[in-house]
Write a protein that binds this ligand. Structure first.
Ligand SMILES: Nc1ncnc2c1ncn2[C@@H]1O[C@H](COP(=O)(O)OP(=O)(O)OP(=O)(O)O)[C@@H](O)[C@H]1O
Ligand SMILES: O=C(O)C[C@@H](O)[C@H](O)C(=O)CO
Length: 331
């Protein structure tokens, strides 16, 4: 398959829109959170993690979002700035909304869960009129994370951002990112996910997330191939289905399919795999690499991050990923 064509005369590589939150990852791991006494604070939120990952890989990135008018909001904005991510379109909420908190419970390397505090969060208060069209026009890619569609006005802000992207030839990457606690019912989820997926050039999700997205589209047990074919009927050029430690599979609009294997990892926590995989995969495509090579780079990013305590802080540099791949192949 020909590498996906990104518009070259743009000053930014990726603009992400959606959730900016705080991860509080348990320090006492391999036990339930009832027995955890201390946490380490990191910037979190799936689209934030991906933007941070892309910036660590030397891609020019910016963020469209809203933070709380408090210490956590200021911490997030400073962290994005310190990591070279444009914050001109990160708005400070003035209504008293708060920062979403993601408590990560690490019962074992394979048994991790996230306890989300997301009542009255600032990120879902992003207004359509606050979305900077010129920022999207200046970017090769707009990354949309599905959870931003969960509530108004963030929902309308994202739908407007999608219109801007199509208007300005900005490629849309839709990371489905289904987090049940943020939605009121699965039907609503599928309707809004559909609205985004139909306007997306690259769609990334787990099998379960695609099943959620496609719940009105016919037979329940859908194959990955049927899923991909459906979205090629809209704007999609690449569809990626992630399968955890079983790797991933990507389909190209040209009928190609690509299996992505994993790199063995000393797993501390599985969270962060999807975000780091997405950052590495998008990075590869933007270098003009093949889908297969981009998947390999994404998988290596994922193994590095799940072997770390954090998600955002652990997002790797290019050389770190290259060395990891080399060492893994020589092992
Ligand atoms: N245990 C593992 N060991 C090595 N690589 C892994 C492991 N789990 C996931 N990966 C890699 O990360 C990719 C994405 O992981 P996964 O399919 O779990 O996505 P996700 O559910 O979105 O992740 P997250 O847990 O961050 O939400 C996989 O396709 C695989 O390449
Ligand atoms: O996206 C979330 O709200 C949770 C993230 O902050 C956390 O880092 C994670 O689960 C990444 O997959």
């Amino acid at each position: 398959m020909e590498p996906i064509a990104f518009t070259t005369d743009k000053s930014l590589d990726l603009v992400a829109i959606g959730r900016l939150c705080i991860d509080l990852n348990a320090n006492e791991i391999n036990r339930p959170m009832e027995e955890t006494m201390t946490f380490t604070k990191y910037v979190g939120g799936s689209p934030a993690n991906i933007a941070i990952g892309m910036s660590r890989l030397d891609m020019k990135t910016a963020f469209i979002g809203k933070v709380a008018d408090d210490q956590m909001g200021r911490f997030i904005v400073q962290y994005l700035h310190d990591n070279g991510i444009g914050t001109s379109n990160v708005i400070t909420d003035r209504t008293g909304a708060v920062t979403g908190l993601a408590f990560t419970e690490i019962k074992s390397p394979e048994d991790c869960s996230i306890l989300m505090y997301r009542d009255n969060v600032a990120d879902l208060r992003l207004e359509p009129g606050e979305v900077d069209e010129s920022l999207i026009a200046a970017s090769k890619v707009l990354l949309v994370s599905g959870t931003a569609l969960a509530k108004s006005p963030s929902r309308e802000a994202v739908l407007l951002a999608l219109r801007y992207a199509r208007k300005h030839g900005t490629k849309v990457v839709f990371d489905i990112d289904y987090r049940p606690y943020t939605w009121t019912n699965p039907q609503e989820t599928a309707i809004y996910y559909h609205a985004a997926a139909e306007k997306s050039d690259i769609i990334i999700g787990t099998r379960e997330e695609f099943d959620m997205l496609e719940q009105f589209d016919g037979n329940a047990e859908r194959s990955d191939e049927v899923t991909a074919a459906q979205w090629f009927g809209h704007h999609a050029e690449i569809v990626v289905i992630k399968h955890g430690k079983d790797g991933s599979i990507a389909y190209g609009k040209d009928g190609s399919s690509h299996r992505g294997s994993i790199f063995p990892a000393k797993v501390i926590k599985t969270f962060g795999a999807g975000d780091s995989y997405a950052a590495g995969f998008i990075y590869g495509l933007m270098q003009g690499w093949s889908i297969g090579r981009s998947m390999e780079f994404g998988s290596a990013c994922a193994s590095i991050v799940i072997s770390s305590h954090s998600c955002s802080d652990a997002m790797p540099r290019v050389k770190q990923v290259e060395d990891f791949i080399r060492d893994s192949k020589n092992a």
